[in-house]
Design a protein around this ligand. Structure first.
Ligand code: ADP
Length: 253
C-alpha cells in the first residue's frame, strides 16, 4: 500500500520549539511501517524550526515568516535525516505548491521523481515551497496539500497526525462531552465552510482544513485517517494490524 502521512506543527513543536523527541517517534513509527508500505511524509514545522535562529525576524510579518521557514526547512530536514539514519532509511526533500498540481508537466515530473525515490526505498518528505507560495504559512494548507499529494501520487491512504485524536461531533476543546466519530462517510457543507479553529501558536488550519482534505479524497474514492500525533499507538495498530482503537476513518461509501 502507498501511504502519505502528514504531520502538523502542533505535533512537531513543544513550547514553540521543534520537538526532536516527536521527530524521533515519528521516524520510529515510519521505520516500522517501511518494510510493508511505500511511505511519503508531508511535514510542517519549518517556521518552528527556524524560529529564533536568525535574530530580529518576527512571526507577525509574512516576509519574516518566509525567511524563518527557509532557514527552518533546512534544519527540519537535517533533523529528519538524523532521526531516520539509525533505521537505515534515507529521506529526500520535495518542495511543492498547489499550483504544481495544475501543471501537467510539473506534477508528472514530481510523480516520476517520487516513483524513483520509492523504488529505492527513500522516503520523500514534502512541504509547501514557502518561498514562492504562502498558503500554508497563513492558513495551514498543508492539510490540503497532503490530500493533493495523496491523490496525484496514487496513494491508497492519507494519514493526518494532529494534536487531536480524531474528529468529534463538537469541538472537544469547548465541548467536554464531545464524542469522537470512528467512521465518517460524508461531510456537510456547513462543516466544510466553518471558520478555522486552530489550536496553538504554530497551528494555522484547525479541523476545517482536515475536513476539506478528507472531502477532497472521499470525492475521489480515497480514504483518510485522522489520528493523534502524540500517542502513535492507534495509528501504528491501524496501519500494521488493521485494528481501529482510536482516530477517525474518513471513507466513501
Ligand atoms: P495541526 O497543527 O495538528 O494540524 P490544528 O490545531 O490546526 O492541528 O487542528 C486541530 C484542532 O482543531 C483541535 O486541537 C481542536 O482544537 C480543533 N477542533 C475544532 N473542532 C473540532 C472537532 N469537531 N473535532 C476535532 N477537533 C476540532
Amino acid at each position: 500500500m502507498r501511504i502519505v502521512l502528514k504531520v502538523g506543527s502542533s505535533t512537531l513543536t513543544e513550547g514553540g520549539q521543534l520537538s526532536l523527541a516527536r521527530i524521533d517517534a515519528l521516524a520510529e513509527l515510519m521505520a516500522s511501517l517501511h518494510p510493508h508500505h511505500e511511505l511519503l511524509l508531508v511535514s510542517s514545522g519549518a517556521v518552528a524550526a527556524g524560529s529564533g535562529v536568525v535574530p530580529g525576524l518576527s512571526r507577525e510579518n509574512t516576509a519574516d515568516r518566509q525567511a524563518m521557514a527557509a532557514v527552518g526547512q533546512a534544519l527540519l530536514m537535517r533533523h529528519y535525516a538524523k532521526s531516520f539514519e539509525p533505521h537505515g532509511i534515507r529521506v529526500a526533500q520535495i518542495l511543492l505548491t498547489k499550483d504544481d498540481f495544475n501543471s501537467f508537466s510539473h506534477s508528472e515530473n514530481a510523480k516520476s521523481a517520487i516513483g524513483t525515490l520509492l523504488r529505492h526505498k527513500v522516503i520523500p518528505i514534502v512541504n509547501e515551497n514557502d518561498t514562492v507560495v504562502i498558503d500554508e504559512l497563513l492558513r495551514g494548507d498543508n492539510d490540503q496539500l497532503s490530500a493533493k499529494v495523496a491523490f496525484h501520487f496514487d496513494a491508497d491512504l492519507l494519514v493526518i497526525l494532529s494534536d487531536i485524536d480524531g474528529y468529534y461531533d463538537h469541538n472537544p476543546k469547548t465541548h467536554p462531552k464531545a464524542k469522537r466519530l470512528s467512521c465518517v462517510h460524508t461531510i456537510s457543507a456547513e462543516a466544510l465552510n466553518a471558520l478555522p479553529s486552530p489550536n496553538g501558536d504554530f497551528a494555522t488550519g484547525g479541523i476545517v482544513t482536515k475536513l476539506k482534505a478528507a472531502d477532497f479524497l472521499m470525492q475521489r474514492g480515497k480514504q483518510m485517517f485522522l489520528a493523534s500525533g502524540f500517542d502513535l499507538k492507534p495509528v501504528r495498530r491501524f496501519l500494521l494490524e488493521g485494528a481501529q482503537e482510536g482516530g477517525t476513518l474518513f471513507c466513501p461509501r
